[in-house]
Design a protein around this ligand. Structure first.
Ligand code: NAD
Length: 331
């Protein structure tokens, strides 16, 4: 296993690992540990190059610092990525090698599941390191963080409706959901339960169909979902989707979803403000998962305590709107 450190300005530690035996090619980025150990998920994605993987992990780890700071989790920001196809390249050896890599940082970085990885993969990681969270509930851990991320996103969207329309009622409101994975699936349930009309899209048609069958959602082409004329566009897939190419094409009133790094660059937040679209900062609205995991890191895991803290995202969103208005700055 070859582990190499790279100096990157603004980051505490960026470490690359190559392990030919297991096929592991991974980067761990620790952005900031001022508030505690750096915690953030492990993403597995078929990145085209090391540079693409590095671009992603740097942005994601910084987002985790912001997210944990706002959510008051007592944690710092970090993230890791594995270069590989999660559909075809997952093995026990790969995740055990990842466990050794995480362990080599001595607890400065704690991992969890993210896009392309699942709780079951974390069980292999746990074989090699104790610095992993979000393991199955029957192991005394906090389980899949996604339902909590979805809950936080749901209460955050409620705050957005209140801010934009002066009413938090979901009945008859239209929501376009991009990405029907772990977070999207639970979010769809919450939205359906309160009477929202759903449009859904996923590059895996089965996943969109599963939500449609359950909620009556209308399935939309993944190339069109972002630009529907709806009340809320809820990104729950990958990031950087608000960018120079997409910005003028949105017809929604609110952008609020579970995805990380929704804005390609900070200036895109300013431009959304100018177009009158209300944007829920990703690292505020999608903090439910990290809040849930932080309850586990604190001590004995308590699902009810976690739920209460996640519901505070509603108030955090309201506070963001207040500050943005007072200072006339983008959310
Ligand atoms: P996931 O892999 O389970 O789901 C993502 C889904 O998006 C997949 O079904 C995938 O097929 C789909 N997708 C990818 N590209 C798409 C496209 N262009 N159009 C439509 N669908 C597309 O991942 P997840 O855990 O649900 O996470 C979703 C997002 O939420 C990610 O950005 C993740 O970083 C963020 N997030 C997740 C959590 C969590 O608790 N899981 C916490 C915070 C943030």
């Amino acid at each position: 296993m070859k582990i190499e450190r790279t100096e990157i300005e603004g980051y505490e530690e960026v470490v690359t690992c190559e392990d030919p035996e297991s096929g592991l090619r991974s980067i761990i980025a620790i952005h900031d540990r001022t508030l505690g150990p750096a915690l953030g998920g492990l993403r597995m994605w078929p990145y085209g190059s090391w540079d693409d993987a590095k671009f992603d992990v740097l942005r994601l780890s910084k987002g985790m610092t912001y997210k944990s700071a706002v959510a008051d989790t007592g944690l710092g920001g970090g993230k890791s990525v594995i270069i590989g196809n999660p559909k075809t390249e997952k093995t026990e050896a790969l995740f055990r090698a990842m466990g050794k890599f995480v362990d080599s940082l001595g607890g400065r970085y704690i991992t969890a599941e993210d896009v392309g990885t699942a709780v079951s993969d974390m069980v292999f990681v746990r074989e090699e390191t104790k610095y992993v969270t979000g393991l199955p509930l029957d192991m005394g851990s906090s389980g899949d963080p996604s339902p909590y991320t979805a809950l936080g996103t749901f209460v955050g969207i409620r705050a957005c409706l209140g801010e934009y329309f002066g009413s938090e009622d979901f009945e008859g409101r239209t929501v376009a959901l991009q990405g029907c994975g772990h977070v999207g699936m639970f979010l769809a349930d919450y939205l359906h339960e309160v009477g929202a009309k759903l449009f859904v899209a996923d590059i895996s048609p089965d996943k969109a169909k599963a939500i449609a069958d359950k909620t009556g959602a209308e399935i939309v082409d993944p190339n069109e979902i972002m630009f529907l004329d709806v009340d809320v566009f809820a990104p729950c897939a990958l990031g950087a989707i608000v960018n120079d190419e997409t910005l003028d094409k949105f017809h929604c009133k609110i952008i609020a979803g579970g995805a990380n790094n929704v804005l390609l660059r900070e200036e895109h937040g300013q431009r959304l403000k100018e177009t009158g679209i209300l944007y829920a900062p990703d690292y505020v609205i999608n903090a439910g998962g990290i809040i849930n995991v932080s309850i586990e890191v604190e001590g004995a895991y308590d699902a009810e305590r976690s739920r209460k803290k996640v519901e505070n995202i509603y108030h955090a969103m309201k506070r963001v709107f207040e500050i943005a208005k007072d200072q006339n700055i983008p959310t």
